[in-house]
Write a protein that binds this ligand. Structure first.
Ligand code: ZN
Length: 355
C-alpha cells in the first residue's frame, strides 16, 4: 500500500509518501480502505518528535474515514462495506479510570498516529472499539476531519467546563480545528460567545458560526476587549488551546469564579501564571484531553445531522502531506486540512473544499 511515513523526526521534509507493507488485522480489528485523513496539530508535534518518540518508519495520522474491507473474527459491530471514521484514543479497559468509564484518563491512554502507527495511508488496521459509523449522507472528507477536534472540544466545554445557557464564553483561536468546534458547541449551549482570530476573513467566519463578539487578537488585547464588553466582569469560561502566548490574558479575561479550560499549548506549554489572580478571583483551571466513546457519539451525532459544521480548509493528495503540515504550522486559513490517498484523489472532486 501507499502511505505517508517518516524515518526520523524533523521538519516537513522528513515526510514521504510511498510503499509500506499492507497492515494485517488482529482478531479485534477491521481493515479500512482509507478515503480521507484529517490533520491535527498533533500530527505536527508528533512529526517533530514531541512528546513521545516512536518507532520508524512511522505512519502519522489520527483522524481518518473510509470503508471496512475485512473484519477480524472477534469483531461484532462492523462488516465489510460499512462506512466508518476512526476515533483515535485507545485505553486499557482495566485500570481504575477505565473501570469508571473515564477512558481518556486511562493510565495507558495512547493515540493512534502518536504513540502507535497512524492512518494516513491507503489501508489501516484499526481496533473495532476505535471505529464509529458514518451515515451515507456524510462525505468522507467531513467524516475524517471531525472526530478528534469535535470530541476534544465537546469534553472541554460540556463535560469539564459545563458551559450552560447564558454563560459568557471566550474561545481563543476560533478559526482552527478545536477552536471552530468549541465556538459552535458554546453557541449551541446558549452561551454568549467571544471569538478571537487573526484576520477579518477568519472573524467573518466566526460570526457565521454564531459568535456574538469578534476580536482580532493581532490588533487588540483580547483581555481588554472582554473587560470593556463586560463592564469589568470578565467571562465565565475561557477556552484556551494556545498556551504561552495567551495564558496571562486568559487569566485576566476570566470573571471571578470563572473557569479556564485548556486542551493544548500550540504556542508553548510553559507560561507564567500570576497566582494572585488565580486565588483572588477563585479561578478554576481545568485540563482536558480527548474524550470518551460516549462523548464521541454525542458530538458526532450533531456533526452528522448538520448542527455543527466541520469546516474544511483544503483537501490535498497524500503525496502533498508536507504542504498540509505547513498549512497547519503557518495557521493559513480556517478549518481542517484533509489528505486523501493519491489513488482516491485522482477519481474524486474536491474543488468544493477549496477555501
Ligand atoms: Zn485504562
Amino acid at each position: 500500500m501507499k502511505a505517508v511515513y517518516y524515518e526520523e523526526h524533523g521538519d516537513v521534509d522528513v515526510l514521504e509518501y510511498g510503499d509500506q507493507p499492507d497492515p494485517e488485522i488482529e482478531r479485534d480489528e477491521c481493515l479500512i480502505e482509507v478515503k480521507a485523513g484529517g490533520l491535527n496539530h498533533l500530527d505536527v508535534w508528533t512529526r517533530r518528535g514531541m512528546p513521545s518518540p516512536g518507532e520508524f518508519p512511522h505512519i502519522p495520522g489520527s483522524d481518518a474515514a473510509g470503508v471496512v474491507s475485512e473484519v477480524g473474527e472477534g469483531v461484532s459491530r462492523f462488516e465489510a462495506g460499512d462506512r466508518v471514521a476512526v476515533a483515535p484514543g485507545t485505553s486499557c479497559g482495566e485500570c481504575e479510570f477505565c473501570r469508571d468509564g473515564d477512558y481518556s484518563l486511562c493510565e495507558r491512554y495512547a493515540l493512534i498516529g502518536e504513540h502507535m502507527g497512524g492512518v494516513h495511508s491507503e489501508l489501516a488496521a484499526v481496533p473495532e472499539d476505535n471505529l464509529v459509523s458514518v451515515p451515507e449522507h456524510v462525505d468522507f472528507v467531513t467524516a475524517a476531519s471531525a472526530p478528534l477536534v469535535f470530541q476534544t472540544a465537546w469534553r472541554m466545554l460540556v463535560t469539564r467546563a459545563e458551559v450552560d445557557q447564558g454563560d459568557r464564553v471566550l474561545v481563543l483561536g476560533a478559526s482552527g480545528g478545536v477552536g471552530h468546534a468549541a465556538l459552535q458547541i458554546a453557541v449551541n449551549a446558549g452561551a454568549e460567545v467571544w471569538a478571537t482570530a487573526s484576520s477579518e476573513e477568519k472573524l467573518d467566519y466566526a460570526a457565521e458560526l454564531g459568535a456574538d463578539h469578534l476580536i482580532d487578537y493581532e490588533a487588540e488585547d483580547f483581555a481588554d476587549v472582554v473587560y470593556e464588553d463586560t463592564d469589568g466582569r470578565g467571562v465565565d469560561v475561557v477556552v484556551d488551546h494556545v498556551g504561552e502566548a495567551t495564558w496571562d490574558s486568559s487569566i485576566k479575561a476570566a470573571a471571578k469564579g470563572g473557569t479556564i479550560v485548556t486542551c493544548g499549548a500550540t504556542s508553548g506549554p510553559m507560561p507564567e501564571t500570576n497566582l494572585s489572580r488565580v486565588f483572588w478571583k477563585q479561578l478554576n483551571i481545568l485540563g482536558s484531553t480527548m474524550g470518551t466513546p460516549g462523548e464521541m457519539d454525542d458530538v458526532l451525532a450533531k456533526v452528522w445531522d448538520g448542527t455543527f459544521e466541520s469546516r474544511i480548509r483544503a483537501v490535498l493528495p497524500m503525496s502533498e502531506t508536507a504542504r498540509a503540515h505547513e498549512m497547519l504550522q503557518d495557521r493559513e486559513g480556517f478549518g481542517s486540512v484533509v489528505v486523501v490517498p493519491d489513488s482516491v484523489y485522482e477519481e474524486g472532486e474536491y474543488a468544493e473544499y477549496d477555501g
